[in-house]
Design a protein around this ligand. Sequence first.
Ligand code: TYD
Ligand code: MG
Length: 457
Amino acid sequence: MAKLKSVYFCQSCGNQSPKWIGKCPVCGEWNTYVEEVVDKTEEKLKEKKGYSVKRNEEAKPIPIKEVHELETRRIDTHDTELNRVLGGGIVLGSLILIGGEPGIGKSTLMLQVALKLKGIKILYVTGEESDRQIKLRADRIGIKNENCYILTETNTQAIFKQAEELAPDIIIIDSIQTLHTVYVESPPGSVSQVRECTAELQRYSKETSIPIFLIGHITKDGMIAGPKVLEHIVDTVLQFEGDRNYTYRILRTIKNRFGSTSEIGIYEMIGDGLRPVINPSEILLTQRDDDLSGIAIASMMEGMRPFLIETQALVTPAFYGTPQRSSTGFDARRLNMLLAVLEKRAGFRFGTKDAFLNIAGGLRVEDPAIDLAVMAALASSYNDIFVPGKIAFAAEVGLSGEVRAVSKIDQRVSEADKLGFEKIYISKFNQKFDAKKFNIEVVNISRVQQLMEELFG
Ligand code: TYD
Ligand code: MG
């Protein structure tokens, strides 16, 4: 007879406790403990079988240089962006988690990859949608692939059974929150279920060398059980993010045992699926009229990729007592700081003005190198004088109005140069930088006042 045991799990970090507690001692979150029932006999069984620690009596230490190098074979996904974030393709036997908010396009991305991979067998397991819904989506994407199989199943053991018969080359699970295993009693989506199912999938992929993609939902406040708990079990964690009201999506590597974590992939959600964006700068800059005030172009880095984005500012007289400050895609506190610097160091008067800032394309930028462009945009709107279209900026601004050096300046300048910009303003403290190899004119400045004089006289 199965012996049932009830355990309390923190839904935020997965910590376990025999009784309910209000505040999690591990992650510090309040009110996150939920009761879950675990089958004790199965746990014992697992311990006996040695699921967690595999003891091999024969094992002896060997010098590291004698360990045979594992040949990491990779499957090309035929998707430049996904290949890039995975570090060059899918590694055999790896477990890859794709996290993201509902509706961002995770299912679309995975189905599209499955349909594009001709010549190998793919099993798409869905617990969220019916096979007909998947078919509708496949019709929308418009690629036909006879080797893509759909399975509507949520029981892990049943999935493994089907996989054994079909012998697919890749398995996609949509989503981990819908799976359940017979070994744990609690409902699908709970911490213990999600963790156990992932551990089973992990063992399965290692034993069979079949790579498995796991889709996992995270809500805005990151609450739903799962992704956080799973990060250490899986080999690779990718995060799919973007603003649902815009078409751009960013696929970011959070963890990767087989590649770099500073890679990003950019997609555009269009009528027939997700289109990889090879050159992001071009799209973000197209809808531009040179004669508008309040616009400045920044050369920024996302991961290892440089691209140019448009910062837009609007400064207008305030009609209410307290002037409004609002920013989209840029830290609001940083905007306030830059306004204060302009006020104190360059003689602007923002006290009676509303100031709005927007990063074009719905992107969120954390790179401090866009400071100078933000300031130029604000000043341009304030003065109502446009910044000529062929100028870019790449520098951070400090509290005393000093223009500070930023990392990877070569790539930033080179990107602006490639896109036909004529001039780029950077910090004079960016040493060891050879401007001669570029066609673009590189202007070194050290203070914000200097920039204001150059641009607006
Ligand atoms: P979906 O992949 O279902 O998101 P998730 O699995 O992350 O919850 O896709 C969500 C949105 O994508 C949906 O609102 C419709 C849109 N979409 C397109 O714009 N074009 C397309 O070709 C497809 C398939 C979806
Ligand atoms: Mg989905």
